[in-house]
Design a protein around this ligand. Sequence first.
Ligand code: PGA
Length: 244
Amino acid sequence: MRNKILAANWKMNLTQPEVQNWLQESANYHWEAVGKELRIYPSALFLQQFQHDTHVGAQNFYVQDKGAFTGEISLAQLKSIGVQSVLIGHSERREIFNEDPGMIAQKVQACVQQRMPFILCCGETLSVRNKNAHLAFICEQLCSALEHFALEQLDQLTVAYEPIWAIGSGLSADQHQITEVHLAIRALLIELFGSAGQEIPILYGGSVTPENAKEIFSCPEVAGALVGGASLDPKVFHQLWEQL
Ligand code: PGA
C-alpha cells in the first residue's frame, strides 16, 4: 500500500514571524502516522527552517542547472539544501506567470535529469467544464507534460487534480466530479505506463477543508490532498491530517 499524502501549498503567504508561529503551534500536534506522508511547500525563503525529518518541497524552480537567470532557483540549488520535491503546473503558474505546456514539459524533464520527485498539477477552468470538455482537457495537459517520461521514472511522479474554479473559491468539487476525473486520470496513466500506472498517487486540490475532507478522501483513487488556504493554520491543517 502506498502512503497517503497531505501537502500544504502555502503559496505567497506567511511572513517570517508567522512561519515561526506555525512551526511552534504545529509542534503541539501529533503528525506521525503509519501510511501517511506530510509535505510542506513554503515560500523558497523559508525552505531551510524545517526540521530534517519534515518533507519540504519547493513551489517553483527554473529548468536550467545554473547560469545567468536573475531571480531564479535551480533544482540543483534546491537539492543542495535538502528540498525533497517540487510542484509543477499549478494553475497559478500557468495562468499568472504564463507557463505554457512547453515549459511544463521542460520542467518535468529537468526533474527527471535531477531525479527530483514532483507533483504535476492539472485542472480545468469553469468554462471548459461547462462545455463538458474537462476530461479531454485534463488528459491533454497530462499527456503533453509526460510525453517523454519513462516507466523507470514513475516513482518520481505524483499527480494532483485541481479544478481551477475550486481553488481558493470555497467551492470544492463534489464526490461525483472528483471521482469522474480521478478515474479518467487513472485510466490514462495505465494507458501510458501499463500496470505501473496503477501505483501513481493522484491527489485532489481545491478548497479542501475539515468540513469536506472526509467526503473527498473517501472518493476512489484519491490518495490525499494538496491544500492551500486550510494549510495556513496548523490546527485546521491537523484536522485534515486526522481525516486522511
Ligand atoms: P486552496 O488551494 O486549498 O486554497 O483551494 C489549493 C491549491 O491551489 O493547491
